[in-house]
Design a binder for this molecule. Structure first.
Ligand SMILES: Cc1cc2nc3c(=O)[nH]c(=O)nc-3n(C[C@H](O)[C@H](O)[C@H](O)COP(=O)(O)O)c2cc1C
Length: 351
């Protein structure tokens, strides 16, 4: 099998495995359960007046929520991108396409990433892995984002999944230099994201030092990409089993990156609006969801996704109100109590 059909085939199997198999972390959680939102018994607001809007890179969202990177490359998943992007635009959420590597190798797949015509005002993120971005010229990388009309390009970091993956990359030397070059040369914002293993403060500082302003923590506790690759590549099963639960939990990742002047997107295992409120109170500007959206789509099409997202946003609105807040920006550390393992993490790391 040549490289591009191998990659297209792998992307299709990722989608199927995520839809049907147990691909989430097994015993590690996001640690968002250790964040207690402080109930305000003397609420003096009207539920309908709670303002969840937020502006991200010049686009106004009705809710601080986005569907993060999943797919692209075939007609079938292209339909998902278009339907989900149009829905996100209608609801006032953000949307990210999956890795555009295949679009670079096979330009004829570009249509499966094109959503601007159905969502002209959508907050839209492009996507490429660091190992590919490092090897390509800046104009080739940036061209992937601009050719789909993206507001930003996510560069994903995924060393853990690559070393489990068949034909995966093992060499990540020069990653920070590549990010620095792209930040300096790109007219669109560069968002650095993980893919489910989260972030340390040290990595956040190195990225901030080269000018990165946005990070999607994609922390541990949700979809395990080591897990997905382990299901695909039984030959490396021993590595996959050992590292299935590897990574910095989503809540801990947010605490690691607080106070560095970065704009944070919280994704990785966020499954309802109350967890979203906790992530926002820990310092995220926006929360991201992937796996539940894919599963709702497979089970009930775009209507299923809409029902799931509406319930999520209703939960978020209720949580904001019951904390005595009027808007998302009011969710701050003074409205939470941190206990359990997350508190231990913060203390152990001196955060
Ligand atoms: C089917 C699927 C495909 C994904 N593909 C990509 C990708 O191409 N690029 C990327 O940066 N992240 C990718 N991700 C990771 C998600 O964007 C997200 O960071 C991660 O799954 C954690 O969120 P979750 O627990 O809500 O799924 C993918 C996730 C899923 C479920």
């Amino acid at each position: 099998m040549n490289n591009s059909s191998f990659i297209a085939d792998r992307k299709r199997s990722h989608f199927d495995l995520c839809a049907n198999e147990a691909v989430e972390f097994r015993s590690k959680t996001t640690l968002l359960e250790d964040v207690e939102l402080l109930h305000d018994p003397l609420v003096e607001t009207r539920l309908e007046d709670i303002d969840l809007g937020v502006t991200v890179l010049g686009r106004r969202l009705n809710y601080p929520v986005m569907i993060t990177a999943m797919t692209g490359g075939t007609n079938e998943v292209g339909r998902f991108n278009r339907e989900a992007a149009a829905l996100a635009a209608r609801l006032g959420l953000g949307f990210g396409v999956g890795s555009q590597r295949i679009m670079h190798l096979q330009p004829e797949t570009a249509a499966s990433f094109q959503v601007r015509d159905v969502a002209p005002n959508l907050l839209l993120f492009g996507n490429l892995g660091i190992a590919q971005a490092r090897e390509m010229s800046s104009s080739e990388v940036i061209g992937l984002a601009t050719s789909i009309g993206a507001d930003a390009l996510c560069i994903h970091l995924n060393a853990a999944m690559e070393i489990i993956q068949e034909r995966g990359d093992h060499d990540f030397r020069g990653s920070l230099d590549a990010v620095e070059r792209l930040v300096a040369e790109s007219p669109v914002e560069i968002v650095v994201k993980e893919t489910g293993c989260g972030f340390s403060r040290e990595a956040g500082k190195r990225l901030a030092s080269v000018g990165v302003r946005w990070i999607d923590v994609a922390g541990a506790g949700g979809t395990s990409w080591v897990g997905v690759e382990t299901l695909r590549n039984r030959a490396l099963g021993h590595l996959g089993e050992a590292f299935w639960d590897w990574g910095v939990p989503t809540a801990a990742s947010l605490c690691e990156l607080r106070g560095l002047g970065l704009n944070l997107i919280a994704s990785g295992g966020i499954r309802n609006g109350v967890e979203a409120a906790r992530a926002l109170a820990l310092g995220a500007r926006v929360v991201g969801v992937a796996l539940p959206v894919l599963r709702a789509y497979v089970a009930g099409g775009v209507d299923g996704v809409e029902a799931w997202l509406r319930a999520f946003c209703d939960e978020l609105r209720a949580a904001v109100m019951l904390c005595g807040a009027k808007r998302t920006a009011d969710l701050a550390p003074d409205r939470i109590v941190i206990g359990g393992r997350l508190r231990e993490w913060i203390e152990a790391r001196g955060l």
